[in-house]
Design a binder for this molecule. Structure first.
Ligand code: HEM
Length: 512
């Protein structure tokens, strides 16, 4: 009897506690719903379109299509096509069961990146995908940790440091020395990746990898390039199509991460040694010498793992992006002799001397050409954030897509710069044509966003544009023609975390 009594007493207690918990959750839910309804009413939010999935629960149809396109290329064109099919610039789709909002609206992107910056953070999916290779660095953190990384980097990008063109000159001469002068075929893309690796490591870490210079460093550098490229391809795939794409054991991925970490080990070691001899770094600063990011890292007392993370994050930013910009530029120049001739004529007004920073900035057609490459081939073609509180975006709702939309806390939002840069209503009927001349009169705002905007705007923009301009000038001074080689197939991208030319940039150059 007493056992039964005890049993029913504890059952009763459990029942009461469960009921209180359920009621508590229901009350929270009701309050949240009321609060959300109020936001929707007050802001006049209307529903956005949903992608008509064949699989309306998980969205496996798009998962399979995206996985296939990551192997063949053509993902970005497909994304444009999907927007066109929805006949809207904001719609939602399922990513393995999770609803994601897609937008290519300048006003929404401005809200996410700038005016409502505090409402959005990096998506947890991105952080998780980056984690094994890049740990916690500027590309994977928010809040105070991100601010610390950014403020450590900022002094590296002041005008006096970017304007130091001698560093570029050294590495670009190494690159030019590796371009055949007998008209034989060369793939410029891997050379550009080596160039940006050599210059970014010198600029940020104080010592160059010099992979363009000697064979031993080249072989290791190429291995690093492959490993880094593969690791970022898998991370990009996971970020785009979801965890399922990368759940199976993948030895090549594991080995790549291991080699990437080992490769930057020398720099990590150097930072640790500098910490143990702090006076040398401080003495340098007193003598007014260059700010070197790696030396500043060494002073912070960070552990080895954190130093490794920070170095890899900035290497990702500094290497792949500018190399891809140069690759797309030469791919296009080789197929557009009219642009090549006009550009070369402008460059030749400088004679064959090393250009100064001011001279570079005065080459208007060069700037227009780079703007146009970054418009049609943005190196970071799509990106994403996640709402950290209930909020709204200014447009995308209702039948005409002009009303605000409600975005609940935890909701991922992807923005497609690639699509936005090709919109005819924003750029005119010739939006899909490569036309540097459009920049003579075009003054863009949030509809042109190759470097992001708001507090997380690319910190290396001026460095990248100076390095790309300087490289183009020096190559055009040394070579008077560039023609495409290899099969005449349509331009497709290879997507890692950035976009590069699938199949490389196979060309033949004629010495000046
Ligand atoms: C053509 C070249 C480049 C392009 C198109 C580019 C583009 C971008 C974009 C779109 C972002 C935003 C990423 C995001 O928030 O999700 C970004 C961030 C960043 N970029 Fe660049 N970038 C270029 C070159 C560089 C270079 C050369 C460096 C450094 C050497 C650099 C350093 C950074 C850093 C540190 C961030 C993170 C900023 C932050 O989150 O606070 N970038 N870049």
């Amino acid at each position: 009897m007493s056992v039964l009594e005890n049993y029913s007493r504890s059952t009763l207690l459990l029942f009461c506690l469960t009921s209180i918990f359920v009621l508590y959750r229901l009350a929270l839910y009701a309050i949240a719903t009321q609060r959300r309804d109020k936001i929707i009413r007050d802001k006049g939010c209307k529903p956005y379109k949903n992608y008509p999935h064949k699989d309306p629960i998980f969205g496996f149809d798009l998962f399979l299509e995206n996985s296939q396109l990551s192997k063949t290329g053509g993902f970005l064109d497909k994304v444009c096509e999907r927007y066109a099919r929805q006949n809207t610039w904001t719609y939602s789709q399922l990513l393995l069961g999770e609803r994601v909002i897609n937008t290519a609206e300048p006003e929404n992107i401005k809200a996410i990146l700038a005016t409502q910056f505090k409402d959005f953070e990096l998506p947890p999916r991105r952080k998780a995908a980056f984690q094994p290779t890049f740990g916690h660095g500027i590309f994977t953190t928010d809040g105070v940790e991100w601010e610390t990384s950014r403020s450590l980097l900022r002094p590296n990008f002041v005008r006096s440091q970017i304007g130091d063109l001698d560093t570029f000159e050294k590495h670009i001469s190494n690159l030019i020395a590796r371009i055949p002068r007998d008209g034989s075929v060369v793939d410029l893309q891997p050379l550009f990746f080596m160039l940006t690796m050599d210059s970014a490591t010198e600029f940020l870490f104080g010592t160059s990898t010099d992979v363009l210079l000697n064979d031993e460093a080249s072989a290791r550098g190429e291995k690093f390039s492959d490993a880094f490229g593969y690791a970022t391809e898998i991370i990009g795939l996971e970020a785009r199509v979801g965890k399922l794409a990368t759940m199976l054991p993948n030895k090549r991925y594991d080995d790549s991460i291991k080699f990437v970490h080992e490769y930057v080990g020398n720099y990590v070691q150097k930072a640790v040694e500098l910490r143990n001899a702090p006076f040398s770094a401080e003495k340098k600063a007193e003598e007014g010498q260059k700010y070197v990011f790696l030396e500043e890292l060494s002073k912070t007392g960070m552990d080895k793992k954190k130093i490794q993370d920070e170095l890899l994050n900035i290497l990702l930013a500094g290497r792949d992006t500018t190399a891809s910009l140069l690759s797309y530029t030469f791919y296009i120049l080789a197929r557009r002799p009219d642009v090549f001739e006009k550009l070369r004529a402008e460059v030749m007004t400088l004679s064959s001397e090393q250009p100064t920073f001011e001279q570079i900035k005065n080459l208007k057609y060069l700037q227009y050409t780079l703007n146009e490459v970054l418009r049609l081939r943005p190196i970071v073609p799509s990106n994403g954030r996640c709402a950290v509180r209930d909020t709204t975006l200014p447009v995308g709702g209702g039948p005409d897509g002009k009303s605000p939309i409600f975005v609940k806390a935890g909701q991922p939002v992807n923005y497609h710069v690639f699509v936005m840069h090709r919109r005819k209503d924003l750029y005119g009927e010739d939006a899909l044509e490569f036309k540097p001349e459009r920049w003579e009169s075009f003054r863009p705002s949030w509809q042109y966003l190759p470097f992001n905007g708001g507090p997380r705007i690319c910190i290396g923009q001026q460095f990248a544009l100076t390095e790309a301009s300087y490289t183009i000038i020096r190559i055009l001074q040394a070579f008077k023609a560039v023609v495409p080689q290899g099969p005449n197939t349509p331009l497709l991208e290879i997507l890692t975390l950035t976009s590069a030319v699938r199949g490389g940039v196979q060309v033949a150059l004629t010495p000046a």
